[in-house]
Design a binder for this molecule. Structure first.
Ligand code: ADP
Ligand code: ADP
Length: 228
């Protein structure tokens, strides 16, 4: 689903964000991406969604070689990816329904199809019946669920989350991770960037660790603990 081969990213100011990063997230796999602040987690996610481009190396997403992908194809790639942010980027002057419907409206789905899919998404995240609410009226955990409903409404093959539990207490964080688990059980690949090590420790998933832009231990993990 995601394959990085010796990927480096140097920002235009000369800041090295990623150095020689290689890893593979299989179709249907769920994994954590961790590392201290500044380790390169957000940069790695931005390369996947082509918000930034790699300075060197190659990236495949769901079978597409995106190293040299042209601008016109980027929207098609992004339709295959659901993105969840820490501060959920909701439109606070729109209803829950409008927020979740947005990706479908952009794609030109019919009203009937939009209603059906939005209802199904809200049902999946436990917000059925909240369509007409304004996100401002919802709790932090509920707002995060609206962001998740919006990310899955397109039925993406890959879910990416950038610190999805950053503003939530441990109980709500665990609920959100369980939610990701249900999508993963249904076949969606999931990559969750977080520095919440306590949370990671309570789950059984593989952890990819970045340190100052380098991926630690991926090789050893892939070959069952034997460093080459
Ligand atoms: P999966 O998601 O099944 O684990 P990948 O995302 O790694 O598979 O690969 C999907 C497709 O992307 C491959 O079938 C191939 O076409 C292409 N691909 C991935 N990695 C490479 C590679 N190193 N060289 C050439 N093609 C690749
Ligand atoms: P993380 O998400 O793990 O906190 P980032 O990917 O945001 O890490 O940052 C990795 C490194 O790249 C940091 O040193 C950061 O300062 C730098 N960086 C991030 N974005 C930019 C940018 N747009 N321009 C220049 N440097 C950047």
């Amino acid at each position: 689903m995601i394959r990085f081969e010796q990927v480096s990213k140097i920002y235009s100011g000369g800041q090295k964000a990623l150095t020689d990063v290689s890893f593979h997230l299989r179709k249907g796999e769920m994994a954590f991406l961790t590392g201290h602040s500044g380790a390169g987690k957000s940069t790695l996610l931005k390369l996947i969604t082509v918000i930034e481009r790699a300075s060197a190396g190659r990236v495949w997403i769901n079978g597409h070689d995106i190293a040299g992908i042209d601008r016109g194809h980027v929207p098609f790639l992004r339709r295959e990816i659901g993105m969840i942010f820490q501060n959920h980027h909701l439109l606070m002057d729109r209803s829950v329904f409008d927020n979740v419907a947005l990706p479908l409206v952009i794609e030109g789905f019919s009203h009937g199809e939009i209603r059906k899919r939005v209802a199904a998404s809200l049902d999946m995240v436990g917000l059925f019946g909240k369509e007409r609410h304004n996100p401002i009226m919802l709790s932090g955990g509920e707002q995060q669920r609206v962001g998740i409903a919006r990310a899955i409404v397109n039925k993406p093959a890959l879910l990416l989350a950038d610190e999805p539990t950053g503003n939530l207490d441990p109980k709500l964080s665990m609920d959100i991770l369980r939610l990701f688990e249900t999508f993963n059980d249904a076949g969606t690949s999931v990559l969750i960037a977080t520095h919440d090590l306590g949370l990671i420790a309570r789950m059984k998933y593989r952890t990819l660790t970045l340190k100052q832009g380098r991926m630690l231990g991926a090789q050893e993990l892939a070959t069952g603990g034997e460093p080459n």
